[in-house]
Ligand binder design. Structure first.
Ligand code: HEM
Length: 180
């Protein structure tokens, strides 16, 4: 083998080795970062879900709330657990209409409706009624029954009661709470 053939073969061998080394060093293809969206949602689910309707609308606006309040009145009036000044039995005529209007406006405002509640504060309204813990529970139960009767979903009931829960401190008379 002459020197020229030897060096050509050498160059070819070197060339092959060099390109093999380059191929081995090639940077890996970029990896897409795994985000929460791409990890568990299809492309159509990745779009933001529309904001849920305010509770006021889900309750059927003022009309739906008025139906719930009518049923609520039917439930609380004969309830034997609500006694003395905390009883709804005596509510008739104009007084009953005023109660319903104020209750609807109050619930409308509490649930995100564009309403004005023109009544007294919860504390002032209920301060002389000697409302006990058990009476509070009875009213909550009567309200839940009224919501169920008017086909309000369990989730919407829960949301409403979560909004009303913090009022308990203003409505239950602390003097009626037994000390442990
Ligand atoms: C979240 C709970 C409650 C809310 C939002 C609420 C709200 C109201 C509202 C808006 C009125 C209307 C007052 C008016 O005519 O201007 C009212 C009256 C009244 N509430 Fe409540 N209340 C609650 C709980 C209770 C409880 C637990 C009791 C008794 C156990 C009670 C007993 C009464 C009574 C008897 C009246 C009628 C007062 C009257 O006009 O003679 N309420 N309440």
């Amino acid at each position: 083998m002459d020197i020229r053939r030897l060096s050509i073969t050498g160059l070819v061998v070197l060339g092959i080795a060099w390109s093999a080394a380059c191929a081995a060093k090639k940077p890996p293809p970029p990896i897409e970062p795994v985000t929460e969206e791409s990890a568990d949602a299809g492309p159509e689910e990745a779009e933001a879900a529309p904001a849920p309707k305010p509770l006021y609308e889900r309750l059927g606006k003022k009309e739906g709330i008025a139906k719930v309040v009518d049923t609520f009145v039917k439930n609380v009036q004969p309830d034997p657990r609500l006694k003395g000044p905390a009883s709804f039995k005596g509510l008739k005529g104009e007084k009953l209409e005023k109660f319903k209007t104020n209750m609807v406006d109050f619930l409308c405002k509490e649930t995100g409706g564009d309403c004005m509640y023109g009544g007294k504060s919860m504390k002032d309204l209920h301060k002389n009624m000697k409302i006990t813990d058990a009476m509070w529970d009875a009213v909550v139960e009567d309200l839940k029954l009224a919501l169920t009767e008017n086909k309000v979903s369990e989730d919407d009931q829960k949301e409403l009661l979560e909004k009303l829960g913090p009022l308990k401190g203003d409505i239950v008379d602390p003097k009626t709470v037994k000390k442990k």
